[in-house]
Design a protein around this ligand. Structure first.
Ligand code: SF4
Ligand code: SF4
Length: 176
């Protein structure tokens, strides 16, 4: 199963969970390397949760957009111009510029009925939502048709860091 598809699958991959959990414990007890702990907790999060629902074509993810490239926010006209030069697909976005720089972008391809007029050529930014938000610990847009759901936690996985991870993820994605 492709990685992207796994994010949307409610199936619990017990062997993968066990693998990451054992390495998480080994690191926690012996090596104590923070970045490894973060890596294993992230991997466990992806095994413990999945994305459910479907796009309702609300268009919320196509408005007031923040663009990141390689972890860097595109928040100045010069960064945006450089991005458009490298990847012309981004010229569809119109920046809203205030004194501090680019506040957000809107998309010229968003139709009045909230559908995309260039769906097959949309940039990776659009293709990766909502998985990108889930992976980056960002909430989904309010009113989005996608939700994050939890898979059952194995009874033998009792480390308190897992409980915190589950609580934080559920809090981040809870719906009003
Ligand atoms: S390209 Fe399409 S999917 Fe992407 S922001 Fe614009 S309207 Fe939305
Ligand atoms: S915010 Fe969610 S429901 Fe709305 S258009 Fe984007 S993916 Fe679809």
């Amino acid at each position: 199963m492709a990685y992207q598809d796994r994010l949307f699958s409610p199936y619990f991959h017990a062997a993968d969970f066990f693998f990451f959990y054992v390495f998480f414990l080994l690191n926690h007890w012996i090596f104590r390397v923070q970045k490894w702990e973060d890596f294993f907790l992230e991997a466990l999060k992806l095994e413990l949760f999945y994305i459910d629902g479907a796009c309702q074509h609300s268009g919320y993810c196509c408005q007031n957009i923040t663009i990141y490239k390689k972890g860097i926010r595109i928040d100045t006209p010069s960064k945006f111009n450089a991005l458009c030069k490298k990847e012309p697909v981004y010229t569809r976005f119109t920046p809203t510029i205030e004194r501090e720089g680019i506040q957000h972008f809107n998309c010229q391809c968003l139709l009045p009925n909230q559908w995309c007029s260039d769906h097959s050529n949309r940039p990776s930014l659009c293709k990766n939502y909502p998985a990108s938000n889930f992976i980056s610990d960002l909430p989904f847009y309010s009113g989005c048709g996608y939700v994050v759901k939890q898979k059952p936690l194995p009874t033998w996985a009792k480390h308190p860091s897992l409980s915190s991870l589950i609580k934080e993820t559920n809090t981040l994605h809870q719906r009003a």
